[in-house]
Ligand binder design. Structure first.
Ligand SMILES: *Cc1c(COP(=O)(O)O)cnc(C)c1O
Length: 453
């Protein structure tokens, strides 16, 4: 299978090259040239498969340049790091309410589904092509730790993650800085997340530096991330009681649109998911889009669901591509208008695509309490956003994107106690290995030069 850029001005690539490239050279995002179509009988035959095998069957339709047994090895290794035997267990709260738990991976958030696999894909690439890879990124929290745990100790790779000193949660910092792996570099920058991100951008803009060190980004737009995320929607759909499958709404706490996009693409491949609901926190660009038809950036404000504190939903471009009839010229035009004016109006056409909701911090606390009172279930602040405005007459599956143990302060404020998790407790006993650097391009450049593989 070949993969095209949403902007139509880059050559089509095979799966492995598209994954290694990340962002297409024309600035667009890679998508399959044509989406496969799964029939109901084919889907139903997959129902008994364990999660990793389901993943192999699905991905093998896209990763046609990787032999199936090699792919099976990668996938098995990727999900062996998960602490739950079902990988993505579907928990039933009552007759019509389900929670899809996506936090049993090594960093206790859903990003592990994609980044464990991406780490193993990178390792394969390095081995086959006798290449090395240096991953550089900035994080305000979950992405950095998930990326680090995807590459932990992998030969031929090093990972450098910049984060604003003192502005990630102490547990998130420990997840990045207590791994003990020599190829992991947690770089605490004296500055904000925007400073960290600006440094990374500048270094990627330096072509000689980027190519000289084979720099790669692990950001939310990698094709492999979207495809890996399709699998848990498929798994959940197959595990729902048959009477509910075709009517249930999937509710997705989202910021970057990455998570819900995967579900929506799976729907286009023939999996009859009835509807999606996009759940945002107070950073509500997507909620405003699906209620007013206008895509307009606002200021990012900190919230109790920090991993959704985003205003520009980078994965939205993939959705846009399909919405404008797979027309790259139209995508370029919309993206240009958006870049120049900070907004774009879709009119009323989009409103039918997704239901949506927005959740303030006060509502997050109340929802955590309501969910616990009603079902005895402890939901993290991101997952709690998914319980806003649940439709009364329709079954729903709320995606639980993080373990509540990652957010002890907010959970204490809502429920009066701090949930714990053994893997986080173990981290507290390990030494923190942090490299402190000023917010300067040169300091980071020098550090990478000295430690790159
Ligand atoms: C990253 C993250 C999200 C948002 O994911 P998107 O890719 O923006 O949809 C939601 N919840 C948690 C816990 C996360 O780490």
């Amino acid at each position: 299978m070949r993969f095209l850029s949403t902007r139509g001005e880059s050559p089509a690539l095979g799966f492995s090259d598209a994954v290694a490239t990340g962002l297409a050279p024309d600035g667009g995002l890679f998508l399959p040239a044509t989406l496969p179509r799964f029939s109901r009988s084919e889907l139903e035959a997959w129902a008994p498969l364990p999660y990793p095998e389901l993943c192999v069957r699905f991905l093998s339709r896209f990763a046609t340049d990787i032999p199936e047994d090699v792919l099976r090895g990668l996938v098995t290794k990727s999900y062996a790091t998960f602490a739950h035997p079902e990988i993505a267990p579907l928990v039933q709260l009552d007759e019509h309410r389900f929670v899809l738990e996506l936090f049993h991976g090594p960093t206790l958030a859903f990003k592990d589904f994609a980044l464990q696999l991406l780490g193993n894909l990178y390792e394969l690439q390095c081995r086959l092509r006798h290449e090395k890879i240096n991953v550089l990124g900035a994080t305000s929290g979950d992405t950095g730790s998930a990326a680090i745990h995807g590459l932990l100790g992998k030969p031929g790779t090093a990972i450098f993650i910049l984060y604003p000193e003192g502005r990630t949660s102490p547990l998130q910092e420990r997840q990045m800085a207590c791994t003990g792996a020599a190829n992991v570099h947690a770089l605490a920058i004296t500055g904000t997340f925007d400073d960290a991100q600006a440094i990374v951008k500048t270094l990627f803009g330096d072509t000689a530096f980027r190519t000289g060190h084979r720099l790669s980004a692990v950001n939310s737009i990698n094709l492999a991330r979207v495809l890996a995320q399709c699998v848990y929607y498929l798994s959940a759909w197959l595990r729902l009681p048959p009477g509910i499958r075709d009517t249930a709404e999937f509710v997705v706490p989202t910021g970057n649109f990455g998570n819900v996009l995967a579900g929506w693409m799976l729907q286009r491949m023939g999996v009859p998911i009835a509807r999606f609901r996009v759940a945002t926190n107070r950073n509500d660009i997507l909620h405003r889009l699906f209620t007013t038809g206008e895509y307009r950036v606002g200021d990012v404000v900190p919230s109790l669901a920090p991993s959704m504190d985003i205003q520009v939903a980078s994965n939205f471009e993939r959705f846009l591509y399909y919405s404008v009839g797979e027309d790259p010229a139209r995508v370029r035009e919309v993206m240009r208008t958006f870049r120049e004016t900070g907004s774009f109006s879709f009119g009323s056409a989009l409103q039918a695509s997704f239901a949506s909701s927005r959740c303030t911090d006060a509502e997050i606390l109340t929802l955590i309490q309501d969910v616990q009172r009603r079902w005895g279930y402890v939901a993290d602040p991101h997952t709690a956003c998914g319980f806003k405005d649940l439709s009364a007459d329709r079954p729903s599956v709320v995606l639980a994107t993080a373990s509540p143990a990652k957010f002890p302060e907010t959970m204490r404020e809502a429920l009066g106690f701090e949930p714990t998790h053994p893997s986080l407790e173990a981290l507290k006993a390990r030494p923190l290995v942090v490299h402190h650097l000023p917010a300067s391009v040169d300091a980071v450049r020098r550090y990478v030069e000295q430690h790159a593989v």
